[in-house]
Design a protein around this ligand. Structure first.
Ligand code: FES
Length: 180
C-alpha cells in the first residue's frame, strides 16, 4: 500500500535536521541522520521527566519528614522564672505533702501538725519524685528506696546528697513557697 503523507512538510524536515534539503527528484540530502535527531528529542524528554520526578520526590520527602522532625525535636519552651509560688492551704491537709512546680525544680510542701516544711521533691539519686510517708515520718523515694528526713537530710539509701531546702509560709488561706 502506498503512503500518502507529505514527506516534504516543514515539520518532517525539522525532524530530519535544520540543514536538510530536498532535491528536484524528491531526495532528501544533508541534515542530521534520522536516529541521532530522534535520540536528541528522546534525551531531552527523559531529562525533563527526571527533573519533574525528582522535584515531586523532594516535595513528598520534605512533607513526610517535616512532621517527624517536629515530633522528635520538641519546641523550645521559655521558662518563666518566678520568685514565689502560691497554693491553697486546704490542698495540704495535716499529715500530707503536696508537690508544686517551682521554676525548673519540684518542691514538696509537708504539713505536719499545722507547721509547713518545704524541700525539693527531686531525689538526688536519679531524679524520681519523693513522697511524704506520714506513718514513718520521712520522705521516701519509690525508685531505689532513698529515705530523707522531713527537712531533707539523708536517712538511708543510694542518694549522694540531701534534698534542697525551700521556705513555705501560710498567708491567709494560701501557702507561699520561696527559695530558702
Ligand atoms: S531515684 Fe530515688 S532512690 Fe533512686
Amino acid at each position: 500500500m502506498a503512503q500518502t503523507g507529505n514527506f516534504k512538510s516543514p515539520a518532517r524536515m525539522s525532524t530530519l535536521g535544520g540543514s536538510a534539503e530536498v532535491s528536484a527528484s524528491g531526495a532528501v540530502t544533508g541534515g542530521k541522520p534520522r536516529e541521532s535527531g530522534l535520540k536528541g528529542v528522546d534525551f531531552e524528554r527523559r531529562s525533563f521527566l527526571h527533573k519533574v520526578v525528582g522535584g515531586v520526590g523532594a516535595i513528598v520527602a520534605a512533607s513526610t519528614l517535616y512532621p517527624v522532625v517536629k515530633y522528635i525535636i520538641p519546641p523550645v519552651k521559655e521558662l518563666k522564672v518566678v520568685k514565689e509560688v502560691k497554693g491553697k492551704l486546704s490542698d495540704v491537709a495535716d499529715g500530707t505533702g503536696k508537690i508544686y512546680q517551682f521554676n525548673e525544680d519540684k518542691v514538696i510542701v509537708i504539713n505536719k501538725g499545722g507547721a509547713l516544711t518545704a524541700v525539693s521533691a527531686v531525689c538526688t539519686h536519679l531524679g524520681c519524685s519523693v513522697h511524704w510517708d506520714n506513718a514513718a515520718s520521712e520522705l521516701a523515694c519509690p525508685c531505689h528506696g532513698a529515705k530523707y528526713k522531713l527537712t531533707g537530710e539523708i536517712i538511708s539509701g543510694p542518694q549522694p546528697k540531701p534534698l534542697k531546702p525551700y521556705k513555705a509560709k501560710i498567708d491567709g488561706d494560701s501557702i507561699v513557697i520561696t527559695k530558702a
